[in-house]
Design a protein around this ligand. Structure first.
Ligand SMILES: Cc1cc2nc3c(=O)[nH]c(=O)nc-3n(C[C@H](O)[C@H](O)[C@H](O)COP(=O)(O)OP(=O)(O)OC[C@H]3O[C@@H](n4cnc5c(N)ncnc54)[C@H](O)[C@@H]3O)c2cc1C
Ligand code: SF4
Ligand code: SF4
Length: 1020
């Protein structure tokens, strides 16, 4: 073999099997040793990747104890892990990775009077704060990853939030840690006064630590930087505090603070006792616009002197990136005066509304003294404040959405310097970047001198060399300003080698002593903080020089990702020019930077399968990592491997990630591509074929409707058919109708000059034709001329079809054939400016999304730009002043709306609520729900039934069940309606209707005075 040819990364028989076999006998949690599972745990949000020997997802603290015993006997390292959102490689290593985020999530104790809470390490910050809200309290270390990061991980990293100016870092807010040492000793670390009653092992440990503290007192004072944001190394200064903010109110020693920031290298955190703070009752936010970044940074210390809770920077590049995002644009626009080069978000909090508001006036006065008062935008409304903070929190992810191999790399992104030097620091660091042919985007915690900045580097090419050079030059400036090199994100693999640079040889030896006292055999997360590897050790990179990508002939067009970027300007090369052997598919997959936002549980859709299983394999990130490894050849010469199939199995294709993943990972589209590759290699199973070709056999089934519907009435038939069809016997099937829309004859396209072309999809046509009738009534009542979408005469009588069922099964070529028929028929309408209107979200939105991805060129893009769901169309017409829809009251006074996932992904769900609110007296509320779990054919599968129902039970079905009997349940998705019917069959049947039926029910004739009408699912 040619020595310079890239070598495939192949996994061999795993040494972890031995330890796994031993573990399996003593734990009840999951022990994972297969190559794909290990691959999923080989990365965090850093540039590094190391394959673990095995993974344990402990079911209990006892499992962790057992695992630590086994690891001790086998001399295997233990790497603790929460959400794995670390940016520095803290959670990767060749040992047993222990993921506490699934089961160790309990709140153990709460003391309202003392304002403390004790939790297990796996609880997520937002979930804890959600629970605390009713008590008027919160845990105030408000990190950007609050939706996914765990308290154990936060303590491991000594995390810091945007409001650290007011509340401090993690170390300032941890009261005690119940830990387990590598030798199995359980020990409570807390205030010094409590340590004397400890076990002999702990008393010895504490005595030795005290001795080190006393011995190194002067050295600590000499070398530890006096800034609040110093998280590098161990907190040896608990004995001689150097932080601007004391670790404890009375200056006493708390031994838990030594564990905070120790990155799992000293002990395993079993529980944490946290100091809580009252929820601020009032917030006031002012945005100061600056003509230059330098001016913003020069002003920071004056602004901090006003006593804000936060001063956060957003620079011009980030403003531009946010303005380019439709969701963020209006939020950012509200905060700008002209075209500033930088803005500072200055927040004040307090219990008194007027006093808090007055602080904004103080800010205005302070700016007026510099002639800058016109640069201030006050943001009084809480909702607007939150929206702006969300943009700021999304900062890093906005940056990470840059396509191409050059990525913003994290290694000098959190140096902390005293405020007096901030402006010069920014200027000089920008100069360093320029000299190395790159640039950085600046944002974040100006108030505490910690600015995030990541130069764009290509780690597959010359990135490693540039990284070292930039780090060395930056370190020199940081030293000059007496700052901290590691000010927020920790040491991990990227900054541990800088610990000795920061603290010098003497204190570094003392830190090693501390490590050895806790963990003499060096088993706890070795190589981090002390005795490190080099930051530019390319063998630890996610994309090492030997990285290769398999050649893939893709079914979909991924060329938009197959690009390179200019590190100085961010400009992208032409689509298809990025030299990706997988035609852009690999680069699209590699966009996942592992930040873990898909682990969130709050509002939004992403990621329903993770929400029910809490398994990394069923997470958008886990899927992207599996695909990335497959594309590098890790599971063989083809990506069509069963490992990938297993990872994608529970992906419901909801497109939640398409909208909510900060870097735009579109797993639904990736699943189509994967299924396409799979079917090409393995053939199409009967069951998949049955589903895919439904639009083709539907006309025949409709004619035999009574026979077809027997299955729903006779459980024996359902049981009999379960095995050959794979359809769960417990599922009802959609009821076939003989009175299909347009009957047997294909509908003609009607008026060639119609305003609107109505697309009647397969499901509406054969299962609920009354929805199409209702649409016609509404559109005509509003005065639109309507044509029905129909194939061209030369194209036969088969109705048009969007191809969704083919896409879902990976039959991309069939889907393309359908798309071409649709384009042939509808392009002339689109070209003349007619709107193509549809009812079923997954069908109509296929025209907006996958048609373009099928590589069908300009015609597809034009059609996509003219295709709207019916409610979107009505809202747009209304906003343009062209809609006059005569609506009257209904007997029902309330409607609950469940948005289809694809509607949410395309921001179209709001239009449903808007249109229903036009109905006089109807109170309309959206259900805060993720995917209904049915997701096309997904929920019908016998192997998916349970997961499907669990998804529905997360929030949708409980909301439906508790709704009053006369509340209208509205859902535009055929499968969502079906899921609601199935899921409530036993608890009290509820039927959902399409919104258009509600609007049609509320239509009034010219007289307009009719009594309220009643909308039900009774077929017309
Ligand atoms: C987009 C983005 C934004 C971020 N913003 C911030 C920010 O604003 N502020 C900030 O401080 N950080 C930030 N981070 C970094 C990271 O999210 C935080 O440090 C977070 O608190 C880590 O939590 P986690 O659950 O993901 O921990 P992990 O990454 O899983 O683990 C963190 C460390 O804790 C150790 N650990 C985990 N569990 C235990 C245990 N039970 N016992 C002992 N050790 C344990 C691990 O070994 C590791 O060293 C950001 C990261 C990203 C990707
Ligand atoms: S899939 Fe998206 S949200 Fe999830 S880790 Fe990757 S980049 Fe983050
Ligand atoms: S498409 Fe939906 S289920 Fe699939 S990964 Fe994305 S959010 Fe999760």
């Amino acid at each position: 073999m040619n020595a310079s040819a890239p070598q495939p990364l192949v996994f061999h028989a795993r040494p972890g099997r031995d330890i796994a076999a031993r573990l399996a006998n003593v734990v009840t949690g999951d022990v994972l040793t297969d190559a794909a599972s290990c691959a999923r745990y080989s990365t965090d949000a850093s540039i590094y990747q190391v394959q673990p020997l095995a993974v344990l997802v402990p079911a209990s603290d006892d499992d962790v104890r057992a695992a630590m015993d086994v690891c001790a006997q086998a001399s295997v390292p233990i790497i603790a892990r929460g959400a794995g959102s670390s940016q520095c490689g803290q959670t990767v290593g060749a040992g047993l990775v222990v993921d506490h985020s699934k089961h160790l999530t309990r709140i153990i104790a709460f003391d309202a009077a003392a304002r403390t809470v004790t939790v297990e390490p796996g609880i997520v910050l937002d979930q804890l704060n959600g629970w605390l809200r009713k008590h008027g309290l919160w845990f105030p270390v408000d990190v950007s990853t609050s939706a996914q990061c765990t308290l154990g991980g936060m303590a491991g990293n000594n995390s810091c939030g945007s409001r650290s100016l007011l509340y401090g870092n993690m170390v300032h807010n941890v009261v005690a840690i119940d830990a387990r040492l590598a030798d199995g000793t359980d020990a409570r670390f807390g205030p010094e006064r409590d340590m004397d009653n400890a076990s002999p092992r702990l008393r010895d440990l504490v005595a030795s630590l005290r001795a080190i503290g006393a011995r190194e007192r002067d050295e600590i004072a000499r070398v530890v930087p006096r800034v609040m944001r110093r998280v590098g190394g161990y907190n040896a200064d608990v004995f001689n505090p150097q932080s601007e903010r004391p670790y404890t109110a009375d200056g006493s020693v708390n031994f838990a603070h030594l564990l905070v920031g120790s990155e799992g290298t000293l002990a395993w955190t079993r529980t944490l006792t946290l100091q809580l703070a009252p929820l601020p009752r009032h917030r006031a936010l002012g945005v100061v616009n600056f003509a230059s970044l330098h001016a913003a940074m020069s002003s920071t210390s004056d602004l901090v002197a006003l006593g804000p809770s936060a001063v956060e920077l957003v620079d011009r590049t980030m403003i531009d990136l946010a303005l380019a995002n439709p969701a963020f644009r209006p939020v950012v626009e509200r905060a700008l005066t002209g075209e500033p080069e930088a803005i500072l978000l200055v927040e004040f909090t307090g219990d008194d509304a007027a006093a808090t508001r007055r602080k904004l006036d103080d800010l205005e006065d302070a700016l007026a003294r510099r002639g800058l008062e016109k640069q201030l935008v006050k943001i009084p409304q809480a909702a607007d404040q939150k929206a702006l903070w969300d943009v700021r929190k999304a900062g890093l992810n906005i940056m990470m959405s840059l396509r191409g191999d050059g990525k913003p790399v994290s290694f000098v992104e959190d140096c902390a310097v005293p405020l007096a030097h901030l402006a010069d620091y920014v200027d000089r660091l920008s100069g360093i970047f320029r000299r190395h042919g790159t640039r950085g985007t600046w944002y974040a915690h100006a108030s505490v001198g910690t600015l995030h900045v990541r130069p764009i580097l290509d780690m597959r090419r010359d990135g490693a060399q540039k990284m070292r050079a930039i780090a060395e030059e930056t370190a020199a400036i940081v030293r000059e300003y007496k700052g901290a090199f590691s000010g927020e994100h920790g040491d991990g693999l990227v900054r541990s080698e800088w610990v000795s640079w920061q603290f010098g040889p003497r204190l570094t030896r003392a830190l090693e002593e501390i490590k050895d006292l806790f963990d003499p055999a060096g088993r706890m997360n070795p190589g981090k903080i002390v005795r490190p590897t080099r930051m530019d050790d390319a063998s630890l990179f996610r994309f090492p020089p030997a990285h290769r990508t398999l050649a893939v002939a893709t079914g979909l067009d991924w060329s938009a990702w197959d690009v390179q970027n200019d590190p100085l300007t961010g400009a992208l090369s032409a689509p298809g020019s990025g030299a990706d052997p997988a035609q852009g598919f690999a680069k699209a997959v590699e966009m996942c930077n592992n930040n873990g936002h898909c682990r969130k549980f709050d509002a939004g859709t992403m990621c329903p399968s993770y929400r029910v299983t809490r398994d990394e394999i069923h997470l958008t990130r886990g899927r992207a990592n599996t695909l990335r490894h497959a594309l590098s050849g890790a599971f063989g010469a083809s990506i069509a491997s069963s490992d990938v199939r297993a990872a994608l199995d529970l992906c419901v294709g909801c497109k939640g990630c398409r909208r909510e993943c900060p870097t735009g990972i579109d797993m639904a589209r990736m699943k189509i591509e994967f299924e396409h590759q799979w079917q090409r290699e393995h053939g199409v199973a009967l069951r998949d074929r049955l589903i895919a070709f439904l639009p083709r056999w539907a006309p025949f089934a409709a004619r035999a409707a009574p026979l077809m519907n027997l299955r729903n009435r006779m459980p024996a038939i359902a049981e009999l058919m379960q095995r050959p069809t794979g359809i769960a016997a417990r599922r009802s099937l959609p009821r076939w109708r003989r009175d299909t829309f347009g009957g047997d004859a294909q509908t003609s396209s009607g008026d060639a000059g119609a305003d609107v072309v109505l697309l009647v999809d397969t499901f509406t046509r054969y299962f609920e034709p009354e929805n199409a009738d209702a649409a016609l009534r509404v559109l005509r009542a509003a005065g639109f001329s309507v044509a029905i979408a129909a194939p061209n005469a030369a194209d036969g009588s088969r109705p048009l079809c969007c191809g969704r069922t083919f896409l879902a099964q990976g039959l991309v070529d069939e889907a393309r054939r359908e798309a071409v028929r649709m384009l042939d028929a509808l392009s002339p309408h689109a070209a003349r400016g007619a709107t193509i209107v549809g009812l079923e979200p997954s069908c109509l939105l296929t025209l907006r999304d996958e048609f373009v991805a099928l590589g069908l060129g300009e015609r597809a893009r034009t059609l996509a730009s003219r295709a709207l769901l019916i409610e979107e169309f009505l809202v747009l017409e209304n906003e343009a002043g062209r809609l006059d829809l005569p609506l009257g009251a209904l007997t029902q006074r309330r409607a609950l709306v469940h948005g289809h996932c694809h509607q949410k992904a395309f921001d179209a769900a709001g239009a449903v609520v808007k249109t229903l609110r036009w109905i006089p007296g109807l109170d309309v509320e959206a259900i805060e729900s993720s995917c209904c779990g049915m997701a096309g054919a997904f929920g019908y599968g016998v192997d998916h039934y349970d997961v499907s129902m669990r998804m529905a039970e997360l929030s949708l079905l409980p909301a439906v069940r508790t709704a009053a009997a006369d509340t209208l349940i509205v859902a535009d998705g055929t499968s969502c309606r079906h899921q609601i019917a199935d899921g409530t069959r036993e608890s009290g049947p509820r039927d959902a209707v399409h919104a258009i039926r509600v609007l049609a029910g509320a239509l009034r004739d010219a007289a307009g005075a009719a009594a309220p009408t009643h909308v039900d699912r009774t077929l017309s």
